[in-house]
Design a protein around this ligand. Structure first.
Ligand SMILES: *Cc1c(COP(=O)(O)O)cnc(C)c1O
Length: 347
């Protein structure tokens, strides 16, 4: 079996595992402890914060470690919304976000918020004109992802950021699929909040981060109240080994990979298919086979671990919401697969 489901998760390298090791047993002290061992842990976390911040052009104090991108997205969106519980307000997102954003927004609608879900064109792209025409006087937040996890399509987030800045609305982006792979600069791109995940970049599962601009007067409401960790925005004892592992993964992120999109395309040229999405990144291939026979032939020839629809939909027979939104029928969606290659720095 060959694993081609790297957009769902990546393996942790032995270098990263080594770097994490001592922080689980030898140096296990609580990073909030005032003694020497606690200070060691808190220094290691500070160094890791610098690595993550540097990767996106942010300041270390603006990085909030979370359990992953799902939690970071929840903190960004509910964190803004819960600052406006009295009068509620309007949120702009897209209809092809990761489920953790869609379901957060559906929840907020239930408690009285107004949400616009922008629909992409048939190539999976959201335009800044769509964003501009949906802004209302009470728009509290614009949240649109960078790279789509199913299609690999890159959204014009710098345009969204500029627009949001001009209207004095915070802009959040889910960058779980672009972090380390594409260039990210929170200042150049006018990003106010950015979510990332460790296990999509050869880091451990269970760690991610939210970047928050002007963190001290962001007005963000914590979603896990606790002992004041992470600038008071995310309570809980800091998982030193996971944080160190995330930073190590970022530092050791590869800039090439032996099996490339050219190699994949050569294999796929034996089959009849169309590739979905406009200018998708090189490591995500979302393809619809011509018919069931082509699907069978593909699976018979290649025993690959790939996603049908998306990893989150593996347990259900319902077509992925992303495929439905770009106009695929349920029947076409069943013939559609995401083949994702090992990620590397694409810039
Ligand atoms: C994987 C992924 C998430 C969820 O990340 P976790 O760290 O697993 O919670 C969110 N958004 C996108 C775009 C993803 O690809």
């Amino acid at each position: 079996m060959s694993y081609f489901d790297y957009a769902a998760s990546t393996p942790v390298s032995s270098k990263v595992l080594d770097d994490m090791g001592s922080w689980q047993n030898k140096n296990f002290s609580n990073a909030s402890a005032a003694h020497a061992e606690g200070l060691k842990a808190s220094k290691a976390i500070q160094l890791a914060r610098e690595v993550i911040a540097d990767k996106i052009g942010a300041m270390p104090s603006e990085i909030v470690f979370t359990s992953g991108a799902s939690e970071a997205n929840n903190l960004a969106i509910k964190g803004v919304a819960f600052g406006h519980l009295e009068h509620k307000g309007h949120i702009i997102t897209s209809s092809i976000e990761h489920k953790c954003i869609i379901n957060t927004c559906l929840f907020l609608e239930k408690i009285g918020f107004d949400v616009t879900y922008l629909k992409p064109n048939e190539f999976g792209v959201i335009s800044s004109e769509q964003v501009a025409s949906s802004i209302k006087p009470n728009t509290l937040l614009i949240s649109i992802h960078h790279v789509n996890n199913e299609l690999g399509v890159v959204q014009p987030i710098a345009d969204f950021g500029r627009l949001a800045f001009e209207h004095n609305i915070p802009f959040h982006t889910d960058a779980a699929q672009s972090f380390c792979k594409l260039r990210l600069d929170v200042d150049d791109m006018d990003i106010d909040m950015l979510s990332l995940s460790g296990h999509k970049v050869y880091g451990p599962k269970g760690i991610g981060a939210l970047y928050v601009r002007n963190i001290n007067d962001s007005g963000l409401v914590p979603q896990i109240h606790g002992g004041g960790q992470e600038g008071g925005l995310r309570g809980g004892t800091s998982p030193t080994s996971l944080i160190v592992g995330l930073a190590s993964a970022v530092k050791n992120f590869p800039n090439t990979y032996s099996f490339s999109s050219v190699d994949l395309e050569k294999i796929l040229s034996n089959y009849k298919y169309v590739r979905n999405g406009k200018n998708p990144i090189d490591t995500i291939f979302n393809i619809t086979f011509k018919d069931d026979d082509e699907v069978k032939r593909f699976h018979h020839d290649n025993h690959w671990l790939v996603s049908q629809g998306s990893a989150c939909n593996a347990m259900s027979n319902v077509a992925s919401h992303v495929l439905t939104e770009i106009g695929l029928s349920d029947e076409e969606a069943r013939r559609t697969y995401r083949i994702s290659l090992p990620p590397y720095q694409l810039y």
